[in-house]
Design a protein around this ligand. Structure first.
Ligand code: R5P
Length: 315
């Protein structure tokens, strides 16, 4: 693209946006974001964005104001005549409600995809959507990045042998298989998880042999920590040696971090910086994926291939 490139940040994860901008040797563009006394949001670009190839960085974890802020930033950019608006959403929230799994519920993943297009986004760049099929919910181009492009390097550095990769539920099998292949044909294990009610996980079965194995549990997100901790404990009981987690989005609600830190079954957990870490823990290490996003932005701007960034990581 010939037009100038600018990066702006919402308030959900400004450190991440700053890392993207500095990897591109530029500053974030100035934008004012304020709340009226009742909480209503107001945004204003403090510099000209007319004709600009604009990238708005905002993760949409709770509260929903993060999403609303992104929508306002897109709308303001469109009205200020930016030539192309890309919503860079490191963590795409509201993705877990992706089907009518019971009567009279909303499909929020589709609703948010519609809102982004309606606000005026021309494209989206995101990472490890809850399920890859969500890409089909968007009627605008979407580039889907994989954290494994970066995190597998850290996992390999642990130098663990006799490895198995565990999917914490059947939905995670494809991702776990991709990790197993990138980690040198590790074994694949599937944990049969049920949800008796919201935010509660119950482990029913472990499919595969983990006795004496070092196991890496991979997941797109950890929210309450219930899935991850129960999964690790079930694997340990089945004879696993060391258990390490690799999770992209550190949602970490409630006392998730304390639960993970306290669990004897868990040795280490890698998370990325798509969401700022709420609290430090000696077991949790943050791996930055900002460099991958900056590379994706540069390639989008220059109309180059994005898929070549993560060919091996595709799940
Ligand atoms: C489920 O499909 C996801 O991949 C995560 O395993 C799940 O959302 C984690 O939730 P929680 O940490 O609350 O168990």
């Amino acid at each position: 693209m010939n037009s100038e490139i600018k990066i702006v940040s919402g308030r959900s994860n400004p450190d991440f946006a700053n890392k993207i901008a500095s990897a591109m040797h530029q500053d974030l563009s100035e934008v004012a974001i304020r709340n009226f006394s009742d909480g209503e949001l107001w945004v204003k670009y403090e510099e000209n964005v007319r004709g600009v190839d604009l990238y708005i960085v905002q993760s949409t974890f709770a509260p929903s104001d993060n999403l609303m802020e992104l929508l306002l930033l897109i709308d303001a950019a469109r009205r200020a005549s930016a030539s192309r608006i890309t919503a860079v959403i490191p963590y795409f929230g509201y993705a877990r409600q992706d089907r009518k799994d019971q009567p009279r519920v909303a499909i929020t993943a589709k609703l948010v995809a519609n809102l982004l297009s309606q606000a005026g986004a021309d494209r989206v760049v995101t990472m490890d959507l809850h399920t890859p099929q969500l890409q089909g919910f968007f009627d605008i181009p979407l580039d889907h990045l994989y954290a494994s492009t970066v995190t597998v390097r850290n996992l390999l550095q642990l130098g663990m042998n006799n490895l198995a990769v565990a999917a914490p539920d059947v939905g995670g099998v494809k991702t776990a298989r991709a990790y197993a292949s990138m980690l040198g044909n590790a074994d694949l294990v599937v944990v049969d998880k049920r949800r008796p009610k919201h935010n509660v996980a119950e482990i029913m079965n472990i499919i595969g042999d983990v006795d004496g194995k070092n196991v890496i549990i991979v997941d797109d997100l950890i929210d309450t920590g219930s899935t991850f901790v129960k999964c690790a404990e079930a694997l340990k009981e089945a004879g696993a040696e060391t258990i390490v987690g690799s999770c992209t989005h550190a949602v970490f609600s409630g006392d998730a971090i304390d639960m993970i830190t306290a669990s004897n079954a868990i040795s280490k957990l890698y998370v990325t910086d798509t969401i700022p870490l709420r609290k430090q823990s000696e077991k949790i290490e943050v791996v930055s994926v900002a460099g991958l996003f900056s590379e994706a932005i540069v390639r989008t701007h220059e109309n180059q291939s994005i898929s070549s960034l993560f060919e091996k990581a595709q799940s």
